[in-house]
Design a protein around this ligand. Sequence first.
Ligand code: MRU
Length: 375
Amino acid sequence: MKVKNTHFRTIWPDAADNTIIRIIDQRLLPHRFVIEELRTLDDFCRAIRDMHVRGAGLIGATAGFAMYAAALAAPAAEAEADSYFRESAQRLVATRPTARNLAWAVERQLATIGRLKDRQDRIRTSLQVACRIADEDASFCQQIGEHGLKLIAAISRKKGGKPVNILTHCNAGWLAFVDYGSATAPIYAAHQAGIRVHVYVDETRPWLQGARLTAWELREEGVPHTLIADNTGGHLMQHGMVDMVIVGTDRTTSTGDVANKIGTYLKALAARDNNIPFYVALPSSTFDWEIEDGLRQIPIEERSGDEVNYVSGLSADNRLETVLVPPAGTRSLNFGFDVTPARLVTALITERGVVAASRKEILRMFPEKNKIKGS
Ligand code: MRU
């Protein structure tokens, strides 16, 4: 997508030296646009854990390149290299537990590099796999956009061309993936097709992905939007100001339960109470085919309470500042995600099309997954 009219992806190998991987440091957005270099496995683990990069798809793509960094640093002997890769994989997977794409990308790399005996082969192949994961992520998100566009177009027709009001939570935009985004891809596609859309952006406490990232993305793309405090959505829905909700997901069970940024569940409840369609957009890399009960089986990340107690922003004299909000020493609780049960999800928007959030329909769309868990 565009930043000041220049096209960027969120992660890419340096053109002159492909042992360096470049990312946009999302901690500093929207006020500073800083590109960071990642070289070592430590760099990658820190970037994922401390959220220089974040969002399910981008975490997965970053993990793919991290395994390439591991291949560059691994010992030449096959047995030692193998245990080095396994340790690297474990370290990576531990950085952020909820997003399925992380383990998915690491497993994909292990399955490929594990078969190779020669060091140069492992390096070359792991870079190819990492680039393929990134390219696929971008292309899947673009396809999600095309499928989701039809849903927005249908509402637009019903409204006689008046703006379609879409509420979104957190950032499931291009910054959360390699390009396009999941929840935002249909919005960008509709906007480009000339359909009038307007987005209500939940600010998304505590890390403020909505206020900091989604609002910035939409502004760069020229999509009309309004920032709202997290608690506003229900009121807007009761007053007919929201036509549809589209959110992303970090892990989706084979039965259609979705784990997404904390607060998503409350929006799904409010949408159901007001008869508003609630869509969840995801590339198939976000499915966890092994689990069926999101509430019991999806690991929910708990992050530092400092993210709740402190807020950061731009001071009047243009400095980035972090300030304490509650009384010093206040204990806070910071769960990163919650689970929205499939029964509250109108449909999933995937790269293959729009599908009901039920095991039967999901497996009909992804028949090759039928063999998993013998369904
Ligand atoms: O903690 P984050 O920012 O990595 O959380 C991810 C998210 O941005 C959302 O939950 C998003 O809606 C799904 S990720 C595509």
